[in-house]
Structures are given as structure tokens and as C-alpha cells.
Ligand binder design. Structure first.
Ligand code: PEP
Ligand code: MN
Length: 337
């Protein structure tokens, strides 16, 4: 619901009405851009009658918002959000590239890849320390030791780090040490995890569940945003379809759909989105052409020896070429008319 106040509504009267509403446990958010004061209301509105709001001397109009995601949606927040993570921007007109191996394996591996992706122009280093593997017998990641190696790589290269949290158990460590906390596709609807990560006050990279609709993804973002502390970056990473030629089907149309429905920055992951290294470059280009604010790309110095996702990892040399291409494309697409 959106309340539009009368132009002559005294600020004290408006503030009193809003504080009465907040006492019912409802979130209020000022919507910028209009001349009159506009405030979005989110939460359980069943105890709030539209009639009684309209009878208030300060309310001009009440607009119902049908989408279940209020904080992630554009109606409460018409202008694009630029997420700042460790001083770097995701959204706001730049192209943010997050690159690195699927999993952190050794100090030598993560340092070598971190140096290479930095040289090629990546803005963030990724690397899984806790790995959500389909088989319990596959490499599960180095856990907290992997996080320590990521911190060393950050210290040596200056690249902020992005890594996946799988359990609330490590919330404190992630809140303290990680620059962008990733929620993986498998945990996109782990609602207690979403709520707890939303309390950490760190930017969150939310990957789309392989069987989730766009609206479900936005509702997951809503869980994180509800605490009012963390910002969210949305990531299209491919969904399950009947097609078997690729690991997942990268849903390119989700990029403009998400950007129309939400103010949050949207990035794409052509590595998990396709499952094959040779498809990463064309789908990275396609995602930028579709309006993505950034990319997440798996890069490995020895893909054939990678402990996880080697078949979809590109070499540092190819990554460097992809960076040149996506940056040129992004610049052309964003030339002033
Ligand atoms: C990853 O980024 O390494 C990963 C496991 O991604 P997803 O959750 O999209 O499968
Ligand atoms: Mn991976």
C-alpha cells in the first residue's frame, strides 16, 4: 500500500500517523521523486483499514500495491539502486565483474587466479569455501580455511571477496570477513538463512533458484531486505528446463524482466548458466546486451584439474579476452545518445 499525503499535510501530523502505523509492526518507507510526501507500507496490513486512512485529515490517496514484494519492487523505490560493496559499485551504470574459481583449493591457486582476474579488470574475487555439492562424496570446500585463504588473496590484491554462506552457523564470520555474501541457488528459498543474512548489514548476492520464478526470487530478496540493513544484488544463473545440451538454461529475458520489476542491480552468471566453458563468452556478451549490471564468471588457472566445475571454468587468458569484449560492448550500449 502507498499513502500519498496532502500537499498541506503538516509534517507533525504525518509523522504521528506513520508512527501509529509502525506500532502495528508495519514497515514504512518514504518514496522519493514525487512532490507530495509518499510512503510505502509493507508487512501485515490486515489491521489497517483503507477507509480509516482516507478519513485521516492528512492523507490524500491510498494506492494498493498488488505485488508481494514491496521493498524489492519498483513501486516503493522507482529509481535504480547502486549497491556499494567495499567501496565498489554494482549497478549505477558500471559493469561489475566478479571472477574466480568455483572453489578455493590452495593458497597458490587462489592467489594466482586473484592476480590474473585483477589484471584483466575484475572488480571482485569469487571463490567457494563452503560448497553446495549435489553428491555428498564430492569435494565440499575448505570451509573456514578457505575463507582465510580468500582473506589473504584480498590482502595481496586489494580485490573485495564474494563467497557463499550455506548455514547460519557461520553468520558471524561472514558478517565480519566477507565483502559480498552469496546466497546460492539451492538456498534461495532457505527463509531462515535469508532473514539471518539480512541482519548482517553486508551486501548480499542472491542467486536464482534453478526452479524458481522471477516473483519467487523477488520475494526471497524481500526476506533479506525486511531487516532494513542489507542491500541485495540479483543474479540470474540459469534455470532447469527440458534442454539437456546445457547444464541449465540461462534465462536472458529474466534480466530485463527483473530490472522492470525491481530497482535492485541484476547480474548474470554464464558459467553455471550454461555449464560449458566455450559458452561463457557468448552468453556473457548476451547478458550485457540484455542489460545486466554485471557478471559472475568462473575462472581457473588449470580448469582440467579443478576440484569443482572445471568444465565451465575459463582460463585467465580467455577471461582477459572476455573482459575486453564485454567492456567494449557495455561502453557502446551506454554511449550517450
Ligand atoms: C557457485 O557460484 O559456485 C554456485 C554453487 O552457484 P549456484 O548456487 O548458482 O549453483
Ligand atoms: Mn561453481
Amino acid at each position: 500500500m502507498i499513502l500519498i499525503f496532502k500537499p498541506d499535510a503538516g509534517s507533525a501530523h504525518a509523522a504521528k500517523l506513520l508512527s501509529d502505523i509502525r506500532e502495528k509492526g508495519i514497515l514504512t518507507q518514504e518514496i522519493r521523486g514525487g512532490e507530495a510526501l509518499m510512503v510505502g507500507l509493507a508487512g501485515d496490513l490486515s489491521g489497517l483499514s483503507e477507509d480509516s486512512l482516507m478519513r485521516s485529515a492528512v492523507v490524500d490517496r491510498v494506492i494498493r500495491v498488488s505485488e508481494p514484494y514491496k521493498l524489492a519492487g519498483r513501486k516503493f523505490h522507482p529509481e535504480d539502486t547502486c549497491v556499494k560493496a567495499a567501496g565498489r559499485a554494482v549497478g549505477g551504470g558500471s559493469l561489475a565483474v566478479i571472477a574466480g574459481p568455483c572453489s578455493v583449493e590452495t593458497e597458490e591457486q587462489i592467489l594466482s587466479i586473484a592476480r590474473d582476474v585483477k589484471l584483466a579488470g575484475a572488480s571482485f574475487l569469487r571463490g567457494g569455501a563452503f560448497k553446495p555439492r549435489s553428491s555428498p562424496y564430492s569435494f565440499q570446500g575448505l570451509g573456514l580455511d578457505g575463507l582465510e585463504l580468500l582473506k589473504i588473496a584480498r590482502e595481496k590484491t586489494g580485490l573485495p571477496i564474494v563467497t557463499e554462506i550455506m548455514s547460519q552457523e557461520y553468520a558471524e564470520a561472514f558478517g565480519r570477513d566477507v565483502d559480498i555474501i552469496q546466497i546460492g541457488a539451492r538456498n534461495m528459498q532457505n527463509f531462515p538463512l535469508l532473514r539471518d543474512v539480512g541482519m548482517l548489514g553486508k551486501p548480499v548476492l542472491l542467486k536464482r533458484g534453478p526452479s524458481c520464478t522471477i516473483d519467487e526470487m523477488l520475494m526471497a530478496a524481500e526476506y533479506i531486505l525486511m531487516a532494513g540493513k542489507s542491500q541485495v544484488i540479483l543474479c540470474e544463473r540459469g534455470i532447469r528446463t527440458f534442454e539437456t545440451a546445457t547444464r541449465n538454461t540461462l534465462d536472458l529475458s529474466a534480466i530485463p524482466v527483473l530490472k522492470a520489476k525491481s530497482h535492485l542491480p541484476v547480474i548474470a552468471d554464464p558459467s553455471h548458466g550454461t555449464g560449458y566453458w566455450n559458452l561463457v563468452e557468448p552468453m556473457a556478451m548476451a547478458a550485457v546486451a540484455a542489460g545486466a549490471d554485471g557478471l559472475m564468471i568462473e575462472v581457473h588457472n588449470q580448469p582440467e584439474k579443478a576440484l569443482c566445475d572445471g568444465q565451465q571454468s575459463i582460463t585467465p587468458a580467455l577471461f582477459s579476452r572476455v573482459m575486453g569484449k564485454v567492456n567494449r560492448l557495455h561502453a557502446v550500449l551506454n554511449e550517450p545518445a
